[in-house]
Design a protein around this ligand. Structure first.
Ligand code: ADP
Ligand code: MG
Length: 223
């Protein structure tokens, strides 16, 4: 089963709208949090209520932060960068998580890859999102394999392959829809953000999944 992602016009509008709404919600939320912190000291017998409110406020904040990433121009900083270095930063960053979940990351990265023109932080975010999804999919550990190669077109191909249970067709169809998640604590924004960032880089993404796991492919132009 596979799904192609291609809907840039719509997403740009959705992204801008999302960012606008996120800012609008953030201001009142800041006020609520402030008064909440003051009240917390006066109602020590209602500790549990306060914990619930706090957890839910944190959840709103997480969602808002993810939504804000969707706002398009957001001080982008395009430079020539080495993709191998970016990937290694990301895998190092996720080391504690992969160790914790018994996950081994292996890689086959072509030598002499040309640099790509990209916003390093945004690309890192994309790779982190994909790797986190793989980690979250592999409850009992396993291997994530990363491959990077130069394609015949002037694109680089980055491939993430996991050994998770795969994505059923009815889920695969909806992946990338805002807020679509199958996880209890998911936001359902990760893939949508990845898609947006990759499109901004004039690249493509492609997800393929079966019972042996999931493969996410990202194509990025070399310049
Ligand atoms: P979230 O991770 O917050 O749920 P995402 O947009 O990152 O949001 O992913 C949406 C859904 O896609 C997930 O809830 C999950 O069902 C599915 N998914 C994404 N990547 C994988 C993967 N590698 N293996 C299995 N399912 C996946
Ligand atoms: Mg995710």
């Amino acid at each position: 089963a596979e799904e192609f992602m291609n809907n840039s016009e719509k997403l740009t509008v959705a992204g801008q709208l999302a960012a606008g709404i996120a800012h609008e919600i953030r201001n009142p939320l800041t006020a609520i949090k402030g008064f909440f912190q003051i009240m917390e000291h006066e109602f020590t017998d209602k500790k549990m209520y306060f914990e619930v409110i706090n957890t839910e406020m944190e959840r709103i904040e997480t969602i808002l932060n993810e939504l804000l990433v969707l706002s398009k121009p957001q001080k982008t900083n395009y430079k020539q960068k080495n993709i191998t270095t970016i990937l290694h930063h990301v895998t190092t960053l996720l080391k504690t998580q992969t160790n914790l979940h018994n996950i081994e990351i292996t890689e086959r990265i072509d030598s002499n890859l040309p640099p790509i023109y990209c916003d390093e932080n945004q690309l890192k975010q994309v790779f982190i999102n994909f790797l986190k999804n793989s980690i979250e999919a592999m409850d009992s550990g396993g291997r994530i394999h990363i491959e990077v190669s130069k394609m015949e077109t002037s694109m680089l191909l980055v491939r993430f392959k996991d050994e998770g249970p795969g994505i059923p067709d009815h889920v695969l169809k909806r992946i990338g829809e805002p807020f679509f998640t199958t996880k209890e604590n998911g936001t359902g924004l990760g893939i949508m953000i990845c898609k947006q960032i990759i499109e901004n880089h004039r690249g493509n993404m492609h997800i393929e999944s079966g019972p042996l796991g999931t493969i996410v492919e990202v194509e990025l132009p070399i310049f």
